[in-house]
Design a protein around this ligand. Structure first.
Ligand SMILES: NC(=O)c1ccc[n+]([C@@H]2O[C@H](COP(=O)([O-])OP(=O)(O)OC[C@H]3O[C@@H](n4cnc5c(N)ncnc54)[C@H](O)[C@@H]3O)[C@@H](O)[C@H]2O)c1
Length: 257
């Protein structure tokens, strides 16, 4: 049955930052296609709400508190997932932050630059390291790292965020060689401007107008636009796809400057 290529029954997925935005839409689509979903977030109340709404629609999910910048919480997240659902098959490394035109080297300290890499890059690498042995054991693995169009765009005051996202792209391509022999796929998604709470903080009507001038599909992205790619990478349909970075941006480029 060709539909089986999108079937996620018997699969367990961890999504970091799953309470809101792109992470939430990812949790929802993975659950709708049958996965058991661990909605992890450092905002446990919001994660619980997301998990509850999935379960109310007939899905299977739990909420777990996890700040991805704390190693002991990453360890607990994977342990709790295995305890609850018996394994880990899909990991969506979605949390990321920084940028938004606030990273001029005249204004920020090296500590802030380091924090962006800790949140965006080190946490992803570490969660891969913790989850992959369970994927190998379970005979199925797909890791999806949330990058950004900022990883290839060039703009002022965004050097920490942009370079951390570029690091994610190349980390993904290289880890594909480490994990490929165990049939674990690893891919990245580079969203353009997507309407989430993170974007709302910096979006003005003027910026939106400038963004749309360079975008063939004349609207900004919605979280569901990105979640569709998460589903593709998570499901068996992409079983020979690894080490790729897929940009989803309405065909164009949206920068804040
Ligand atoms: N929205 C966009 O336009 C856009 C564009 C390109 C890339 N991205 C990337 O997509 C990802 C998700 O962004 P979004 O716009 O959906 O964000 P969002 O702010 O809507 O949601 C992020 C979620 O992550 C949680 N979170 C933040 N820091 C955390 C931490 N340290 N530990 C655990 N949870 C944490 C928040 O509580 C929130 O629920 C990020 O990696 C971001 O860089 C977003």
């Amino acid at each position: 049955m060709i539909q089986e290529l999108f079937n996620l029954k018997e699969k367990t997925a961890i999504v970091t930052g799953g309470a809101n935005g792109i992470g939430k839409a990812s949790c929802e689509i993975l659950a709708a296609f049958g996965a058991k979903v661990v909605v992890s977030d450092y905002d446990l109340e919001a994660a619980t709400n997301t998990s509850k709404s999935i379960n109310d629609k007939g899905g299977s999910s739990i909420a777990v508190h996890c700040d991805v910048t704390k190693d002991e919480e990453l360890v607990k997240l994977v342990n709790k997932t295995v305890e609850q659902f018996g394994g880990v098959h899909i990991l969506v490394n979605n949390v990321g932050g920084g940028g938004a035109g606030r990273e001029s080297p005249y204004d920020i300290e090296v500590e802030q630059f380091k924090k962006v890499f800790e949140m965006n890059v080190f946490s992803m690498w570490r969660l891969c390291q913790l989850a992959a042995p369970h994927m190998k054991k379970g005979g199925y693995g797909s890791i999806i790292n949330m990058s950004s169009m900022a990883s290839i765009n060039k703009s002022p005051a965004i050097s920490a965020y942009a370079s951390s996202k570029a690091a994610i792209n190349h980390m993904t391509r290289n880890l594909a060689f480490d994990y490929g022999p165990d049939e674990i796929r690893i891919n990245a998604i580079g969203p353009g401007a997507v309407r989430t709470q993170a974007l709302r903080k910096v979006l003005t009507p003027e910026i939106e107008k400038r963004m749309l001038a360079k975008t063939p599909i004349k609207r900004l992205g919605e979280p569901e636009d990105i979640a569709g790619a998460v589903l593709y990478f998570a499901a068996p349909i992409s079983k020979w796809t690894s080490g790729q970075v897929l940009f989803i941006n309405g065909g164009g480029e949206q920068t804040l400057d």
